[in-house]
Structures are given as C-alpha cells and as structure tokens.
Design a binder for this molecule. Sequence first.
Ligand code: C2O
Ligand code: CU
Length: 499
Amino acid sequence: MAAVPPVRRRRRLIVAIAATLVLLSPIGYLWFASLVPPTFSPLAMGTVDYGGGPGAGRRSMGGMAGMHGHGAGVSVETLIADPQRKADVVVDLTTADATLDIGGKNVPGFTVNGTSPGPTITATVGQLVEVHLHNASVREGVTLHWHGVDVPNAMDGVAGVTQDAVRVGESFTYRFVADQVGTYWYHSHQLSHRQVIGGLFGALVVQPKEPATPGGVEVVATAHTYAGIKTLNGKPGDLRVPARPGQRVRVRVTNTDNGPINIWAGGPYRLLATDGHDVHEPGEIAEKKITVTAGGRLDLGVTMPADGSAVRVQVSRGTAVVLGAGDAPPAPEPTVELDLLTYGTPAPIGFDPQRATRTFEYSIGHRPGFVRGVPGLWWSINGHLFPKVPMYVVREGDIVTMHIDNHSGEVHPMHLHGHHVVVIARNGVAATGSPWITDSLNVRDKETYDIAFVADNPGIWMDHCHNLEHAADGMIAHLMYEGVTSPYAIGKGTPNHPE
Ligand code: C2O
Ligand code: CU
C-alpha cells in the first residue's frame, strides 16, 4: 500500500467524520438527548402533565416552587408521621450481603436479620410502626419501601426521591401509621431489580382490631423465585400448615417476582382481599384460578372439609400451601380464570370518578431509540422514552382518573406508590363486582384499564412497572403534588439508583 502523507490522511479523516455526522445527526441528536446528567433531581425528569387541571398551559416546572428543596415548596422530608407520637411496634432490621441456602443450593443474595425473606412485621390497624434499618454489609446501599402501604412520602423508601440510599454502617428510621388492614410487603428500592430478586424483602401484615379469622388459622405465603428455584417463604416445595376440620384458614399470598403467577385451591375457596382491601361479599370459587400480579397480594379463604382431608392451595405450579394433616389430593390447574371485574358485589367507594378533576393517560409501548445513550428497543410511556416520561401533576383533593393502554407486546404490573386505585373498567367494560381496589395491576398486552383514585397523600410518588427489569430500563413515571420538592438526586454521580 502506498503511503499517504500525514496531512492528507488527517483531511480524509475529518471529511469522513463530518460525513458520518451529517448522516447520523438525527440519530446523534436522539442519542445525545437520551443522556442524563450524572446528578439530577427526580423532579427534572419528564414531560409535565397537568391532566387538564390547574397549571395546564404552563410550559415547565420552572414556574413552580423550587426544584431542589429551596423556594416556597414543601420538601418531601417534612411529610412524616406525627413525631410526637410514640411507636406501638418497634422493629430492628439489619440488611446484609449473603449467600442464601435455597433448598440446599447456594444462591448469592441478601438477607434481612439473617434470613430471606426477612421477618414478617405484624401490626394492628392504627398502630404506629417504627422500623430501624441498619445496613450491615450491602455494598451498593439499601432502602425499605412499604409496598402497598400509603405511608407519608418521606417514609416511602425510594432512593434519590424520598431519601438517600443507606450505605454500609448507616441507619435510617421509618415511621408510619398502619392505617389499613391487609397483606403488604417491604423491599429495597435501591437497585431493586437486583436486591428484590436477591431476596431483600419481607412481609408486613396489618391485622384488624378484631381478629380477621376468629378461631381460625392464618398463614403468610410469600412466593419468590431464587435463581430459578420457586419458593414459599424462602423454601421450595410444600408449605405445611396444621388446620382442623371445619376451621377457617386465611392464606396471604404475595408475589415478589417480576411476572404474574396463578393461584388456585384443590377445593372451594374465596378471594377475601386484593392488595390489602377486603372484597365485598366474596362468593365461593370452584375450578378457577386467580392471577397474582407481580408485587400484588391476594388473601384466600378456605374452610377445612369436615371429613378431615387436607387441602392444597397451589401457588403457581411449583409450590403449594398444604392445609391440614395427611396427603392432600393433587389440584390440577383450572383453565378458567376468576375475573375480578365481576367478582363480589358492589359497595360505595367514597368518591365519584365521574367528577374527576384530572385525567391522565399512561400508554405503554415498545420502540427503538436511546435510553441513557444505549440504543435498543425500549418501553415507552405516552410515546416517550426515559427520562422524558410523564410527570403527572396533581393537587391534594383532586379526583384522578387514568387510562392505561398497553400495546407493547408484554404484560406490565403497574404499581402506583402511596395510593390505592379503584378499577373502573377494563377494555371499556365497566366493573360490576366488588370495588376492585389495587396498588399492583396486571395490564396485559392489548388491554386497557380505567382506574381512579383520590389524591390524598401529598408527595412525589413513583408510578412504575413492577417487572423491576422493565423499571430499570426506564419504565418509571411519577405522580407529583404541586409544590412538593425533593432535596435528593439520582444518577451516576449519586449513591441513588432506585431501580
Ligand atoms: Cu414494590 Cu416502587 O415498588
Ligand atoms: Cu413492564
């Protein structure tokens, strides 16, 4: 090859770069626009959406209270439980990096107080729960999020939004009033796609003042897949629970995985609660299965047969709760699914969704583009990719409706923090059963849901997909009360990585 003089070589290189830039500039622009600064306020994220309510017409959040905790706004830090009130339930939780023993197999993960799942926290409705979190050895830092509990915003445990991640050797105290009965769970909301999968979670049960199952049996059944091994309460196989003939049993199932699971029983059963909220007049179910969405909880009720036989409550195909003594007959998976749209009977919900003061769209797609500078096929919300996801703005007292539309080719378990929503309709068909109250909603491909809620818990709240891999890929939006600010930040230059 003939040698090219250095000057000409340089000129050629410049021409080549220029040509490439011209060709790729629209793509280059999209790449550049997808980059996020190393440190940024969660409030700077997104496309502001006022849902047709006050504030609409404003061009940016700049007109609002300051973005970093200055100005006239209310900082999330001030949104706490009454500091004067003494705690009724005090729990110490210590998190650690660990090798878990899952049915004899070593799995790298995390523990809370030495086990995964961590201890079940139990409170009676109305009690103030105080949890002292100590991070002994989780190098990447931890937080605790109270999934399904409508805590004050500063206690929501989202790294970079409501607090900084708790580093090794540090502590954080969570205080909230457990004001709704039901089955909930706690989990880290720092690098949650790693930490939840690795076992950094536990159950939280809020009991009514009078026992929910008088004279009966209650069992927590937390389903989790560790490195491909299906478990209940951290153990593969059957979970045996003693119960006498005629006794009533309540099984509190929590799905901590990224995808939906099915549950069903070998005999008649009822669905007593969805995401901690009692079903109104739940009828007897036979030969039907129920979907538990990722992050969701369902309470099943079984009355033990008088003849003393055992009952199998199957939690997906791999694991079961076996109630009573002796062998339970196998329970083949029903083909028909219970439809929560028509299950139970109607009851007042306490507000009128027809009178909505804000109306939002949460439209989920899948398209090519760049997220954080990485090209690929990504989840989109209202056509945009992270970080241009919606920032839904409300004021306290608003009645909010949201239309969720999934045309992305996959199921998404949608989870709104700090609030419970009522399902109004699916695919345009109105709900006619018990009020279907949820915080984790399984939205399948090609489905639409209309949901409604009251904005009664000021703060900055994530509204994201609980397939935590999807969330890590940017399937996160926020619900924000006007004027609330956060001094925290997310991004590479911070210790905070909520997803
Ligand atoms: Cu279960 Cu945003 O979390
Ligand atoms: Cu998803």
